[in-house]
Design a protein around this ligand. Structure first.
Ligand code: GSH
Length: 209
């Protein structure tokens, strides 16, 4: 009997990082329970959560007496510890590329992340046009994705990987808002969005905001 798994996520279910870990747990078919943290009420700063979450951020995963945050560190941990669907490619260069993509999506593209917060994906679109800076970020995103996604491919690296979900979410900030996205990339993001593990997150009951 393995140690229990508990995933801490934001109360609105809008964190793209929490979504990535949630999808990973579902892909691995691991039983886990999920606890919501009210970030607006600063629950993550209070005693309780901050006692075990070193970064005081969601997602944080508890696996028995081990607690880990930073979504890509969590998904790498899950892939090393548990069998089942692989979350990362096994070939070293593809695996490195998947990690590069994850790190880049989490650290760059700030204008898109600000002007197309994930509320536009999980709640309602924004009526404000993209700024010049966000349009420039979008072009960089499209160039990266076009270079990485082989013609007629379902996934970036042959088999599905968690990087597909992260890229699809970034593209869908634009697609689902009605912003212009190259059709091939929009179609890829749409297909990735239909994955049952992704739909489980999309269909979470969200509080009104
Ligand atoms: N790089 C982190 C980012 C995590 C993150 O930014 N989480 C946000 C929610 S989307 C959070 O907990 N914000 C609360 C705060 O920073 O005070 C990851 O990949 O897990």
């Amino acid at each position: 009997m393995t140690d229990p798994l508990r995933l801490y996520v934001d109360a609105q279910f809008t964190s793209p990082y929490a979504m990535s870990v949630f999808v990973a747990l579902h892909e691995k078919k691991l039983p886990f329970d999920m606890v919501t943290v009210d970030l607006a009420a600063l629950e993550h700063r209070g005693t309780g959560f901050s006692d075990f979450s070193l970064t005081q951020r969601v997602p944080t995963l508890r696996h028995g007496d081990f607690a880990l945050s930073e979504s890509s560190a969590i998904t790498e941990y899950l892939d090393e510890v548990f069998p089942g669907t692989a979350l990362y490619p096994s070939e070293p260069r593809s695996k490195a590329r998947a990690r590069q993509l994850q790190a880049w999506l989490r650290s760059d593209l700030m204008p898109i992340r600000q002007e197309r917060a994930t509320d536009v994906v999980f709640y309602r679109p924004s009526g404000t046009p993209l700024s010049a800076a966000a349009q420039a970020s979008a072009r960089t995103l499209f160039d990266f994705a076009e270079a990485l996604l082989p013609a007629d491919a379902e996934n970036l690296f042959g088999e599905w990987s968690i990087a597909d979900v992260d890229l699809a979410l970034m593209l869908n900030r634009l697609v689902l808002n009605g912003d212009a996205v190259p059709p091939r990339l929009a179609a890829y993001a749409g297909r990735q969005w239909q994955r049952p593990s992704v739909q489980q997150w999309v269909r979470q009951a969200r509080p009104a905001i």
